[in-house]
Design a protein around this ligand. Structure first.
Ligand code: NCD
Length: 294
């Protein structure tokens, strides 16, 4: 039973194929082409135990575009509030006939356990601080669509890298495409990974970047924001002017305006934030199709 739990499980061929399929589905959706409804008769259950806007909505739409039935579970209105366990929730949606369980959970290992308990295809939609593989795939799709060949481009991940599952998955993915990555963060927000270039000085590194990839401070995971942090790490207008004119700005969302980025910069043409969102649906179509049908 195939699942997508982390990017590291993918061999080069599968990784390349998922990105290429994401790009193809995006082109098809943009062109209004009919997409073959390869998941007709299948059921996709989205079970999200943490808040989500983009990820849950895009999995929902991706499943619908492929013809699947979709169940959406929301922790707040579910029986979790009556004390039901993760295992019972997973077994409940499996008993209803869900073929694919898309799960987001604060605990490391939850998606893997869901796969074991349910015996169904499981897709990791955000796991604690450790992995968010579909975000990394859609970001790769976004970079490939923008740059064509991404080998050698320089990406700076700026902000709370240490607590970010997005950064963890992105780093493991982009290095496979020979992207040059640097984390830019104060010591308390740095990820401890051998081989990951690190700088605490945004102003000194900014001019070398092709992509500024901003990250939200994960306050729900104990991280804190102070004015010194905002002074040193916010992408403000002055820093934007210091970027190379061909560089772009990315952010997985949700954005905290005027914390990691000066609000008006989101309206710049060089902000790819809504492109990332747009690529979420086709990339997740590629993933759902891959887990079920390949
Ligand atoms: C991220 C997440 O949930 O990890 N959001 C997303 O899926 N686009 C990033 C975040 O919450 O900061």
């Amino acid at each position: 039973m195939r699942s997508l739990l982390e990017v590291g499980q993918l061999d080069d061929e599968d990784l390349q194929e998922l990105v290429a399929e994401g790009v193809r589905y995006r082109t098809a959706l943009d062109g209004g082409e009919a997409v073959s409804r390869t998941l007709v008769g299948r059921t996709v259950a989205n079970i999200f135990f943490e808040a989500s806007t983009r990820t849950q909505l895009s999995f929902d739409l991706a499943a619908q575009r492929l013809g699947a039935n979709v169940l959406n579970f929301n922790e707040v209105t579910s029986s979790t509030s009556k004390g039901e366990s993760l295992r019972d929730t997973v077994e409940t949606v499996a008993a209803m006939g869900a073929d694919v369980i898309v799960i987001r959970h604060k605990d490391d290992g939850a998606p893997g356990r869901a796969a074991e308990w349910s015996g169904r295809h499981v897709v990791n939609a955000g796991e604690g601080t450790v992995a968010h593989p579909t975000q990394a795939l859609l970001d790769t799709v976004t970079l490939v669509r923008h740059f064509g060949d991404v080998a050698g481009i320089r990406v700076g991940m700026v902000g709370d890298v240490a607590h970010s599952r997005v950064a963890a998955s992105l780093w493991r993915t982009l290095t496979r495409f020979d992207v040059d990555l640097v984390q830019i963060a104060p010591a308390r927000f740095q990820l401890d990974e051998d081989g990951l270039e690190t700088s605490a000085d945004f102003d000194a590194t900014i001019g070398s970047l092709d992509v500024v990839y901003l990250l939200r401070v994960q306050v729900e995971r104990g991280a804190t924001i102070d004015s010194a942090y905002i002074d040193r790490y916010q992408l403000n207008r002055a820093r934007f002017e210091a970027l190379s004119p061909t560089s772009v700005v990315m952010h997985p969302g949700p954005v905290n305006r005027d914390v990691e980025i000066e609000s008006s910069l989101l309206d710049e043409k060089r902000s790819l934030v809504l492109e990332q969102v747009a690529n979420g649906v086709p990339t997740r179509m590629a993933v759902l199709e891959w887990v079920v049908n390949r």
